[in-house]
Ligand binder design. Structure first.
Ligand SMILES: Cc1cc2nc3c(=O)[nH]c(=O)nc-3n(C[C@H](O)[C@H](O)[C@H](O)COP(=O)(O)O)c2cc1C
Length: 395
């Protein structure tokens, strides 16, 4: 029965509803305060008055502060960060008013707090009618402004990510950390909504290498982590794919070049099946580029040139490592390196089995993350005559 009549607060996964629910509680405490004001002259600090004063004190000393902090530290800064145009102008005018009202109400509360403490412990009956009236009036006006403008704006502008961030901050502020979910649940719940940019047919370059160059420059500018790291997928003779990360060292009209050991697993696979799929994922920009095509070796001169540009220790490592072959332990590997270093000194020559691969692209797809998984995908396909066509693909 009790449960049916209770007024349960919404969960923090609906933080705007929680804030509105707090307003309901504030209204209730304001009504108690007004009743107490009317009650005192006739009854003094009797049991009922003491109980009322205690309840009001408890709410405004703690919960109201947390509520103000939710707005000042999370809700309003988050709104200011996303609002544009008319919304931004509205906030610019309104936020200073809201912050000032919080200060004014806090100051009035200090006076009321002292008087209510005396009533609660039965040592006083003094409650300033003018402060109570101003306090009640200010709070009502303040809450109406927030409910009429701020809450609807948050519901309109915040996506699921922002709601989760706001709810999380409010939960932490109240010490209500949720029990740590299992890693399985965490992985399933990892869900980021994208919305930084868009990719339009009218924005993209005619040549996909120009488009790639543009995006690569943007990745550098955005200081994305390892912008030249890409996954290279190859297939074995048995038709099974494998993939690994390498660093692209050059890209131009001829294709995308990386350096490796020709006797490694990927080297052997490319020798028998000279096709690969490259993948760049620039998460900070919510972008992915997929590149497919035939793979060839770079010329010996090109490989020499790049090999000789590498730091000495990297050159010695390339000689010392039979990449992808098993070895007993780390000590054996380091011993082999020392031998190589002793043998070649400062000028190790490029080993025959080390050099560049270049993927000559036949298909390049640019993917830009968009809201609610409705992403943009534009794919370029190379034609027989070397020209490129492009199409939009469904997300
Ligand atoms: C960030 C990063 C960069 C890498 N760069 C290269 C590279 O440029 N060349 C390379 O041969 N391996 C590179 N590796 C190591 C490869 O991922 C892989 O372990 C190695 O090439 C052996 O692969 P395989 O056995 O499939 O041939 C890199 C790994 C990471 C994580």
């Amino acid at each position: 029965m009790n449960n049916l009549l209770a007024d349960p607060a919404p969960d923090f996964d609906q933080p705007v509803a929680v804030l509105k629910h707090c307003h309901g509680r504030i209204r209730k405490q304001l009504a108690t305060l007004e009743k107490l004001l009317a009650h005192l002259p006739e009854h003094g600090a009797d049991e009922q008055a003491r109980q009322a004063a205690t309840a009001v004190l408890k709410y405004f000393d703690k919960a109201a502060h947390l509520h103000h902090e939710d707005e000042e530290q999370d809700l309003l800064p988050m709104l200011l960060a996303v609002a544009k145009g008319e919304d931004a102008a509205t906030l610019q005018a309104l936020v200073p008013v809201i912050l000032q009202e919080h200060k004014d109400m806090d100051a009035m509360w200090q006076d009321l707090h002292e008087q209510l403490t005396s009533i609660a412990d039965g040592s006083g009956t003094q409650l300033s009618a003018s402060i109570v009236r101003r306090f009640v009036q200010n709070y009502h006006g303040h809450m109406e402004r927030e409910e009429g403008i701020v809450a609807p704006m948050a519901l309109r502008l915040f996506g699921p990510d922002q709601m989760a961030r706001l709810g999380g901050a409010m939960r932490r502020r109240r010490g209500l950390e949720q029990p740590a979910p299992s890693i399985g649940d965490t992985v399933a719940d990892l869900r980021k909504d994208y919305g930084q940019a868009r990719l339009d047919e009218s924005d993209v370059a005619d040549d996909p290498m120009d488009q790639f160059t543009r995006w690569f420059e943007e990745a550098l500018k955005a200081e994305v982590n390892e912008p030249n790291a890409m996954s290279v997928a190859t297939v074995g003779e048995d038709g099974r794919p494998t993939s690994r990360i390498v660093l692209v060292k050059q890209f131009d009209a001829r294709g995308f070049t990386w350096y490796t050991n020709y006797d490694s697993q990927k080297g052997k696979q490319l020798a028998s099946k000279p096709f690969a799929a490259l993948l760049f994922f620039w998460s900070e920009l919510e972008r992915q580029v997929r590149i497919e095509g035939r793979v060839e070796r770079t010329s010996a001169e090109e490989s020499d040139k790049y090999f000789n540009s590498r730091p000495l220790k990297s050159r010695l490592s390339a000689i010392a490592s039979e990449q992808s072959e098993p070895i007993a332990n780390r000590a054996a590997l380091e011993l082999h390196y020392e031998e190589v270093a002793r043998q070649y000194g400062e000028a190790p020559p490029r080993p025959q089995h080390w050099g560049g691969f270049r993927l000559v692209p036949e298909r390049i797809e640019f993917w830009q993350g968009r809201r609610s998984r409705f992403h943009d995908r534009i794919v370029y396909t190379r034609q027989e005559d070397g020209s490129w066509t492009r199409q939009r693909l469904q997300p």
